[in-house]
Design a binder for this molecule. Structure first.
Ligand code: OAD
Length: 242
């Protein structure tokens, strides 16, 4: 019954915003950050890998870890959930994910709140840097890629937002605007623990949107949403959006 109600709301909506987190990519084989023994923050300390301080202290380790994750993203492919979302013209994606699976599925309106891993840029002059795809086998330390600008002594860094850094202003303002004007917000595969992204479902609800959460586990967002569907993204998203 709840899935039918969700499907009905989705079919009737003029503007749908889909807020995705790491759980959206889990069935494509990309590890989540939290929740299982294989999750990234169960295996590694974010302070040692995902902060400006970590980059300053041991950049080769940070770079090696992101190259390792980049290889994982490149080896993954979008699943049926990514594909069906891309086939909906009135469906806009706001994601915390740094992978490009929504784009590879064909979604054209994708806002990355936490950046994109493969949008490499110089850590000093901030110019984009093209970095060759990682080769196997990978180690968790790697030689840095120098900035090609002759006058710059910087190195390529991943295009992600690290803890302690601000979200890209344009992306955040666009996300707030979209959340404030949609009819339906579908929140898929996020633990709802990282702010400000976790405030978007509340912003959508405050502006009258019907909110639907898809997650096999309950989260701090669950009591706030209109409908909670205890399910995995690749199973339920195609059912709701087909
Ligand atoms: P998390 O790893 O914190 O949470 C993943 C969520 O996905 C959990 O609630 C799982 O229950 C759920 N999940 C797992 N498998 C799923 C499936 N097949 N279908 C649907 N849901 C599933 O990921 P995020 O909430 O995205 O930030 O993490 C938020 C931010 O914390 C990340 O962007 C990253 C991280 O630290 C930065 O690095 C700045």
């Amino acid at each position: 019954m709840t899935a039918e109600l969700a499907s009905e709301r989705i079919q009737q909506a003029e503007r749908i915003v889909v807020l995705t987190g790491a759980g959206m990519s889990a069935e494509s084989g990309i590890a989540t950050f939290r929740g299982t023994e294989e999750s990234l923050w169960s295996r590694w300390d974010p302070q040692q890998l995902a902060t400006p301080e970590a980059w300053s202290a041991h950049p080769q380790t940070v770079w090696g870890w992101y190259r390792y994750r980049h290889a994982g993203i490149q080896a993954a492919a979008p699943h049926a959930g990514h594909l069906v979302l891309a086939s909906h013209d009135n469906c806009e994606i706001i994601t915390q994910n740094v992978d490009d699976l929504h784009e590879r599925a064909g979604s054209t309106t994708v806002t990355h709140l936490h950046g994109r891993l493969d949008a490499f840029r110089c850590h000093l002059c901030h110019r984009p840097i093209s970095v060759a795809p990682p080769q196997q086998p990978l180690s968790l330390t790697a030689d840095l890629t120098k900035c090609p600008q002759p006058s710059c002594a910087g190195y390529a860094r991943p295009g992600v937002v690290w803890f302690g850094e601000n979200l890209p202003t344009d992306a955040w303002e666009h996300a707030v605007q979209s959340a404030s004007t949609c009819d339906v917000a579908v929140i898929i595969g996020t633990s709802g623990l990282v702010y400000p992204a976790a405030s978007l479902p509340g912003i959508a609800a405050d502006h009258g949107a019907f909110t639907i959460e898809i997650n096999p586990e309950r989260t701090p967002l669950t009591p706030q949403v209109d409908l909670y569907l205890c399910a995995a993204a690749a199973d339920i998203v195609p059912q709701l959006f087909s």
